[in-house]
Design a protein around this ligand. Structure first.
Ligand code: FES
Length: 342
């Protein structure tokens, strides 16, 4: 073969390899279809996303849509697990799986529209239609059902019933359990009919504010207590049962005392309000700051900390990573002030 032809073939081969490597790198991005330009920030392997089809979409309560996402030979999951949904805009949101864990061809999630939320639920309600493809990652389970407890007590607030429903179905026959299911109104509570079929001996449904003392006041030794619902409900249950297993949703626990953050490279000093987050304060000054889930799951908002002690509230960083960085969507200063490398 002529040297010139050999050179052309070698260059073409190298270009192909580079193109494939780039494609793999981009598709591994936590923000796909946006490219990832750095190594995985958590240092943990990423779960490869699956592209599923929205096979069915149904309103199951006021302001709640249920989606059935179809695929083939889907990864298994157990009661309490959630799925990351990568929305068409690139936002990543977590939703509890509420279907049948034995169904390897579809996942089911239910999503409440949060009017003044951060945009994820609105996008699900307004953009996702039957027949569309959507990327999912996971499932992952941070809220597993323990086996063999002498008794179980569940407290669900509104859409918080979603991870709990598969738990009720998974409990062995004869298990001792009670559920308190509360919500704004019956019409706003998804899966009410199915839940009430378990019978009034086990299920109490409350419209409005629930009185928790009766159910949680005197628990038998070893009772496993689970709660999923809005922050106010989760806090109230936690006060009565410090060992409760909680699945929170919304901007998890990002509130606290006000403090200052210095952005050293930009030369700015910001005040983070008691009810606000570092991310919100930073984005007011630097609107291009990257973020995605706003719940301490994805790692997109990770920033290097130069000075100050951090109150880490995320679910993602390792102890080593926490040594010099923080997820600014949920974590805060542990008193005093923080200096970030931004
Ligand atoms: S935006 Fe996802 S961890 Fe902060």
């Amino acid at each position: 073969m002529a040297p010139r032809v050999r050179t052309v073939l070698a260059v073409a081969g190298a270009a192909l390899l580079v193109k494939r490597a780039l494609r793999r790198r981009i598709q591994a991005s936590p923000l796909w279809p946006m490219p990832a330009l750095e190594e995985p920030i958590s240092g943990r392997p990423r779960t490869r996303g699956l592209r599923l089809t929205v096979a069915a979409r149904e309103t199951v309560a006021d302001g709640v849509v249920q989606l059935r996402l179809e695929g083939r030979e889907l990864p298994r999951w157990e009661a309490g697990a959630h799925l990351d949904l990568v929305l068409p805009s690139g936002l990543v949101r977590q939703y509890s799986l509420c279907g049948d864990p034995g169904d390897a061809s579809s996942y089911t999630v239910a999503v409440r529209l949060v009017e003044d939320g951060r945009g994820g639920s609105r996008e699900v309600h307004e953009e996702l239609r039957e027949g569309m493809e959507v990327e999912v990652r996971g499932p992952r389970n941070r809220f597993p059902l323990v086996s063999g407890a002498p008794a179980y007590v569940f407290v669900a607030g509104g859409i918080g019933i979603t991870p709990i429903l598969p738990m009720l179905r998974a409990l062995p026959e004869g298990a001792a359990w009670r559920l308190l299911y509360c919500g704004r109104s019956r019409a706003s509570m998804p899966f009410l009919e199915e839940v009430e079929k378990f019978g009034p001996d086990r299920v109490s449904v409350v419209e409005g504010r629930a009185e928790l003392g009766g159910l949680l006041g005197e628990l038998a030794e070893g009772t496993a207590v689970y709660c999923c619902g809005p922050e106010g409900l989760a806090r109230a249950v936690e006060e009565l049962v410090p060992g409760v297993r909680l699945e929170r949703f919304g901007a998890v626990g990002s509130a606290g005392s006000a403090f200052e953050v210095e952005l050293r490279r930009s030369g700015r000093v910001l005040t983070v309000g008691a009810d606000s987050s570092v991310l919100a304060a930073v984005r007011a000054e630097l609107p291009d700051t990257l973020y995605s889930c706003e719940q301490g799951f994805c790692g997109t908002c990770r920033q290097r900390v130069l000075e100050g002690e951090v109150d880490h509230r995320d679910e993602l960083l390792t102890d080593q990573e926490r040594g010099d960085s923080m997820l600014i969507c949920v974590s805060r200063a542990r008193g005093g002030r923080l200096v970030l490398d931004m």
